[in-house]
Design a protein around this ligand. Structure first.
Ligand code: KG4
Ligand code: ZN
Length: 332
């Protein structure tokens, strides 16, 4: 089963060819650099950029895979959650392609894509499939969800952010420190030279719940930076390291507790923030389970993860094969 998969839910245009939900044959991603000037994503601009990029990227993905459309079995695209104008570009393009080629169209939930990124590989030797049931932490620019994966495509929400998403917090702190956009990788790099214990920062506990809150932490960083600015140059590396320590500890504590309190085989991570090495290390330290994380370039948005999820949609068929795009789609 060879799937051509398209991802356009936010600011990355991704097109991939994936076999049997696991083997990546092509995976091209165009990141929209235009948003660096505005320090955040402008939805209309993002949609227009997808439209501009999608045709050439699709051709390139097929070329990389060494396949023509005739050798493709299904066309998949993200149908939610995400920015509605952006979702429409990818989903309509993929539907049109499927219709023209007489292939089935598969609508994929973006969050399921982040989960199934853990099934992908590009090497000759085949890594074992992640064992389920699993506790999954999905942390991206728009989501911070802790879920129990009871089986394929069977997800039970445990907790989520009650305010900002983790990636959003990274992006806001990066902007505050003048590091640029997207902030996560830049904060991580700056933190390498910093002292994580330089500035104690609050961690909202939300006792006995699996929910997260990051707005108090963000405000505390803001206040601390303003204080430091009044005294002289801000020690950017120390602030970045202290913030990164606080946020990774919050995420790791709840993830480890969820793993301890449920009968699971593994802990899986997904989403852009899962690319953060400090987060991976903090979680690995606290759990007694094997930890699976996609390689960094498969944590951030890409087409291959949609191709992986699409395979499992077809195998564990739901009713959503041709659903309309929905900006607020939940994990099933
Ligand atoms: O999954 P993703 O590509 O897009 C969404 O679905 O939102 O996640 C993007 C988010 C951004 O907020 C970005 O700053 C963050 O992931 N991110 C990171 C790292 N790489 C990307 N955050 C922390 N550390 C990183 N290395
Ligand atoms: Zn994402």
């Amino acid at each position: 089963m060879r799937i051509l998969a398209i991802e356009t839910s936010c600011d990355e245009t991704g097109v991939a060819v994936v076999e049997d939900g696991r083997r990546i044959r092509a995976n091209v991603v165009a990141s929209q650099l235009v948003h660096q000037d505005t320090g955040g994503i402008v939805p209309e601009v993002a949609a227009r950029e997808h439209l501009r990029a999608i045709d050439a990227l699709t051709e390139q993905a097929l070329r990389d895979a060494g396949r023509g459309l005739k050798e493709i079995d299904a066309v998949a695209a993200t149908v939610g959650p995400g920015l509605i104008g952006c979702l429409l570009v990818g989903a309509n393009y993929a539907r049109g392609l499927a219709l023209a080629a007489g292939l089935p169209f598969v609508g994929v939930n973006h969050l399921e894509g982040h989960v199934y990124a853990n099934w992908l590989y590009e090497t000759e030797d085949i890594p074992p499939e992640p064992k389920i049931p699993a506790v999954v932490l999905i942390v991206s620019g728009a989501h911070s969800d802790l879920v129990l994966m009871e089986g394929h495509r069977r997800f039970r929400p445990l907790g989520r952010t009650i305010d900002d998403a983790a990636g959003e917090a990274f992006d806001k702190v990066a902007r505050l420190l003048g590091l640029g956009f997207p902030g996560g990788p830049l904060v991580e790099r700056a933190a390498k030279d910093g002292d994580p214990n330089a500035f104690p920062l609050p961690r909202a506990v939300l006792a006995d719940r699996y929910d997260f809150s990051f707005s108090g932490l963000k405000t505390a960083v803001l206040r601390r930076v303003r204080e430091l600015e009044a005294k002289g140059p801000v020690p950017v590396a120390d602030v970045a390291a202290s913030f990164q320590k606080a946020i990774t500890e919050i995420l790791a504590e709840k993830t480890a507790r969820a793993a301890a309190e449920h009968a699971v085989e593994t802990v899986l991570l997904g989403g852009g923030v899962a690319a953060n090495l400090a987060l991976r290390a903090e979680i690995a330290k606290r759990i007694g389970h094997p930890l699976r994380v996609p390689p960094p370039r498969l944590c951030t948005d890409n087409g291959a993860m949609i191709g992986a999820a699409a395979f499992f949609v077809l195998r564990h068929r739901g009713t959503e094969l041709s659903v309309a795009v929905r900006s607020d789609m939940k994990l099933a």
